[in-house]
Design a protein around this ligand. Sequence first.
Ligand SMILES: [Zn+2]
Ligand SMILES: [Zn+2]
Length: 385
Amino acid sequence: MWRFDQGRMAFFQFDEIRKIAKYAVSNDLKTTTRKPLVDATGLPFYPADEKYPPWRNYSRVFKTALIVAEIDGVAKPTKLAELLSLDGTVTSDEYFHFLAQAFTDPAPSFQEWDPENEPRFPLLFTLKFALARAVLGEPVIPYKEIIAAYKSSLFNGDEDQYEYVEIAKKTWSLGAGEHRQASESIQVISQISYLSATSTELTVSLDNEDIQDLFESLSGVRGDRCSNKDAEIIRITDLFESSISALELDYPKTALDQTAEAGFTEGTRVERTHVTLERNAAVRGAFFAANPTSHCHFCKRDTASEYPWADRILDIHHVLPLCSGTRSTIGGTVLTDLVAVCPTCHRAIHRFYAKWLKDAARKDFVDAAEAREVYEAARETRKEA
Ligand SMILES: [Zn+2]
Ligand SMILES: [Zn+2]
């Protein structure tokens, strides 16, 4: 089974990865002490003992996340880390699709990596298998089946749509054995806007036509491998921009024509990522199952008493930076970054965001804390009718 950094999911959240990347571009992660890194990111970096530099226990996280490589004795930030450190430049969809296309079994961040072995791409396989199942009308896929199909099919990840549809038609069962690391890595990529996760299953929420276009554009990051692990990480991450420019991450059937309806005026990449997530049927269903409200979080009106013929007239609004997906932990998609708002308030919130970002000459919010502050500022600025 493919290796991943078990128990480190908190560090693989898109907004956290961006904070680590920001730190890495102006500090040497190899020699940094714990306190400044904890202060900059808010992440725990155990053990809480200043004697141990975080590099000792976390260098593999940083390398697996494609943020740094060790070159000439220092932690060199990758090109990808430099882009992640700039707000509004990389969306979580771009980052996690790239991670899926670049992550190999084993990855160069692991001891077992060998440049002589033909790479297999288990997360690319995961995406393609899940998309093929969704096209067949079964959008909820157990991790165990994905892992079993990867193990038994011997696919490398680059096979075409027809081949994936064939293996997706079969039922796969996993024998005894450890698969927690593989499951966690699948949960990491479930931060993609059209995916959602529970502790055992992945769900795809994307129109079939959008799936076809996306599927055709997915391929493993290849080229002549370097013989040195860290040099290989630099080589792969240098290919980030060319790899994602080949991807179809617009989801026109699912999101594009709805950006204006959601209150956006531009329809930029970060806005489309945000809209795709908010229109994700599985995320919406899970949110209202956990929070069966009919009240708008923004203006407090009760849409069920106002419109007694409907249960609720509410949109889902995602409060993290626009470029972020939903966070995912071992229990599945995190719903606490979402609020239910009436469609009028939702448009008004996005108009407030657009004005705030324009005034600040920025493309997106720096982090979750800032996004929440601006949401609260919009709520305070609102006047009762
Ligand atoms: Zn409202
Ligand atoms: Zn929104």
